[in-house]
Write a protein that binds this ligand. Structure first.
Ligand SMILES: [Ca+2]
Ligand SMILES: [Ca+2]
Length: 343
């Protein structure tokens, strides 16, 4: 027997040996593969985790920003409403002061007339300006039925203002028809028949204007014309009572009052402000006769009971603006909200 054979005989070949040797190599390879896969998985998980964290971070930041903006918006909204109460308080204070002094007039020298700029209120800054609505011509007085002469006087007054503003006075006929109860058009006006031919069609309100912005619906009006008018016309009080306050009225509004009031006489009226009573206009010699003549017609006044306030509240990066119209009770000085809108 050869050694090898002996050897093989004494050590019979292990049938599993070669099978075991091969798996050892395979296992090693498998081990390497598994470690590689595990590493890849780990890298993948890490990458996912990083992506997740980044996304979470972005989301969290966005949500935080959104929450902060929501919070600021909410605060500004609440503060805007608080500012309305502040405006009411200012007007009440003015009333009490007038009563104490025994001088019931409202002028631009009053405290309410001073603008408030970035006044700290709560977590926000408030800017506000109160305006006298009686410094403007009330367009709702054009609805007046009854005495045709009174109506004519009122219409002419508004037409004069339009002319002074270099706007077509015929536009006023459209406003008259919009607010008057009838369906009979004025010379240059328009009633529902006209608006119903438009696309989209609508009807004339045949009722007082609710807000100055409603003017845009009226024949011939454009947003530009309405913007130009806003400083000089009002729709408050809604019942159309339209005495203007000579202590606050603009030069053009004073001129519109009567055709004999020129730019220079209107300027003289402004120069001699404030007037504590309507009789004090007699001080202005150039216009005394005219004002005496207008006095019994109830065209003007030295005080006001209707005001508007524009407020803007800023909390961090969020600003909320609102406009409120306040009617002040002449006996108590307490104001009621006639209109409120966020801008
Ligand atoms: Ca009408
Ligand atoms: Ca009419």
């Amino acid at each position: 027997m050869q050694d090898g054979q002996k050897d093989r005989l004494s050590h019979p070949p292990d049938p599993g040996a070669s099978r075991r040797a091969a798996p050892r190599t395979a296992e090693r390879a498998k081990g390497r593969d598994e470690r590689g896969v595990a590493l890849l998985l780990a890298i993948l998980v890490l990458a996912l985790l990083v992506a997740l964290i980044l996304e979470f971070d972005t989301d969290a930041r966005r949500e935080y920003r959104e929450a902060a903006a929501f919070r600021d918006n909410f605060k500004a909204t609440v503060l805007t409403r608080a500012a309305v109460q502040a405006a009411r308080a200012v007007l009440q204070q003015d009333h009490l002061r007038d009563k104490q002094m025994g001088q019931m007039y409202d002028a631009t020298t009053d405290l309410w007339a001073f603008p408030i700029t970035k006044y700290a209120i709560g977590d926000g800054l408030m800017s506000a300006q109160i305006e006298d609505e009686r410094s403007k011509l009330n367009l709702n007085d054009l609805a007046a039925s009854g005495d045709p002469n009174t109506k004519k006087t009122k219409v002419l007054r508004v037409k004069r203002l339009f002319t002074l503003l270099q706007l077509n006075p015929d536009l006023v006929d459209g406003i008259v028809d919009w607010v008057d109860a009838d369906d009979i058009p004025e010379a240059a006006g328009a009633e529902s028949v006209y608006y119903q031919a438009l696309r989209p069609s609508y009807r004339a309100a045949n009722a007082p204007l609710q807000t100055p912005r409603e003017l845009r619906l009226i024949k011939g009006m454009t947003p530009e014309i309405v913007d130009k008018l806003l400083q000089y016309v009002t729709v408050y009080p809604q019942d159309g009572e339209s005495r203007i306050n000579v202590n606050t009225a603009d030069l053009l509004v004073l001129q519109a009052l009567d055709p004999r009031i020129s730019q220079s006489t209107a300027g003289e009226i402004i120069q001699s402000r404030p007037y504590k009573t309507i009789y004090e206009l007699d001080r202005v010699s150039s216009v005394a006769d005219i004002m005496r003549e207008l006095r019994p017609l109830g065209l003007y006044e030295v005080k006001s009971n209707i005001f508007s306030a524009r407020m803007s509240l800023t909390v961090n990066d969020t600003t909320k603006s609102g406009v409120v119209v306040l009617q002040r009770d002449e006996a108590t000085g307490n104001s009621t909200v006639q209109y409120f809108r966020f801008l």
